[in-house]
Design a protein around this ligand. Structure first.
Ligand code: TXA
Ligand code: MG
Length: 334
């Protein structure tokens, strides 16, 4: 099956395919998602197969609004209502108890909770509203690869495996949504994203904990996806935490570098060995996954050195993804 690319005029074709149980990738403000009707068990199982994703790693349920979500949540506590009012539509995924029997267990991986997300994207909002039912929405990449921030990334990974892709252009944020668990006594951020723990805490008026994914209760990480290898390009990645260290590295043609513009300008390497992360942390968030994929097309590159950003809550999301891509490898000053 050749995967079709749809533009905004063809939304109705995508709605029909989804209603028939087919898989269609969709844009969001964070990364592209892989859509299938959340109430159709076969379609949901096909999502795991297309991504090559382990079946114990549950899927996000993507809704058009709170009203749609209410059909699948056991209840919507006041805390959730506050966050929805403030941040939806937007890059925040909320974990609540699932209404028993309302969704196939393949969606939740058999857990008692379900993750809800309402993306800030006009096309996708229209798609789900027309469908009248939620779609599952894991990132539309092959499992272990960086999440897709363009329709072309999705096509590269999933062409022939899914019916269609809705092309909404490059995504705005570039890193996946913040996930907050509201099924526990004190809210916990399970995955950092553009919306920071501090902002969440301010809106909730209470403390918010952060679970890096390293702390597992009884050996089971709270966000199951966090235990898997992630965001891995073909070549090994090394994080460079201090930008002055870029001037000490013995570069050669087999090395790729991802850094902000003024650091790149000081590095003597062919232009094709360099990937510009932009001029700010926000631009680096936006460009990180694209850069990791850029070097996958260059077999001569054997190592990728990537600039780290640290010291602020807003760099948590970037560093979380980069650390996973690097499997914890950091450049050590000589
Ligand atoms: O920005 C995003 O959230 C994107 C866009 C497409 O919406 N989606 C996304 O989905 O990143 P995915 O499947 O790649 O990551 C969702 C994470 C996984 O680590 C999964 O384990 C976790 O959410 N998750 C889903 N349901 C859960 C649940 N019931 N309990 C704990 N973790 C859950
Ligand atoms: Mg993912």
């Amino acid at each position: 099956m050749e995967t079709k690319i749809f533009d905004q005029e063809k939304i109705n074709d995508a709605v029909e395919l989804l209603a028939a149980g087919e898989l269609v990738a969709f844009p969001t403000e964070t990364v592209y998602g892989l859509g299938a009707l959340a109430t159709n068990e076969t379609a949901v199982k096909n999502v795991y197969a297309a991504k090559g994703r382990p079946s114990d790693n549950p899927l996000i349920v993507t809704v058009s609004d709170e009203k749609m979500m209410a059909k699948y949540a056991r209840e919507i506590p006041e805390r959730a209502q506050k966050l929805i009012k403030h941040f939806w539509p937007g890059p925040l995924t909320i974990l609540l108890f699932v209404k028993p029997g309302s969704l196939p267990s393949a969606v939740t991986g058999g857990l008692e909770t379900v993750a809800f997300r309402c993306p800030d994207d006009k096309l996708t909002h229209e798609l789900i509203a027309k469908l009248g039912e939620p779609i599952v929405g894991p990132s539309a990449n092959t499992s272990t690869k960086p999440s897709p921030t363009t329709a072309q990334h999705v096509y590269h990974d999933l062409n022939g495996k899914i019916a269609g892709i809705i092309d909404g252009g490059p995504t705005k944020v570039g890193l996946e949504s913040t996930i907050i668990d509201l099924s526990v006594k004190t809210p916990v951020v399970l995955r950092p994203g553009e919306i920071t723990p501090e902002e969440l805490s301010q809106v909730l008026g209470e403390k918010v904990l952060i679970n890096s994914g390293k702390v597992a209760e009884k050996g089971v990480p709270k966000a199951p996806g966090m235990k898997y290898r992630h965001y891995a390009p073909s070549a090994p990645v090394i994080v460079v935490d201090h930008s002055e260290d870029f001037l000490q590295i013995d570069f050669n043609d087999t090395i790729g570098v991802m850094a902000v513009e003024d650091i790149l300008a000081k590095i003597k390497l062919p232009e094709e060995n360099k990937f510009n992360l932009g001029n700010s942390l926000q631009e680096a968030d936006h460009n990180l996954f694209g850069g990791l994929r850029y070097f996958d097309d260059k077999p001569q590159i054997k190592q990728i050195f990537v600039q780290g950003f640290s010291g602020s809550e807003s760099s948590l999301a970037y560093m979380n993804r980069l650390d996973k891509a690097a499997a914890g490898h950091h450049y050590m000053t000589k």
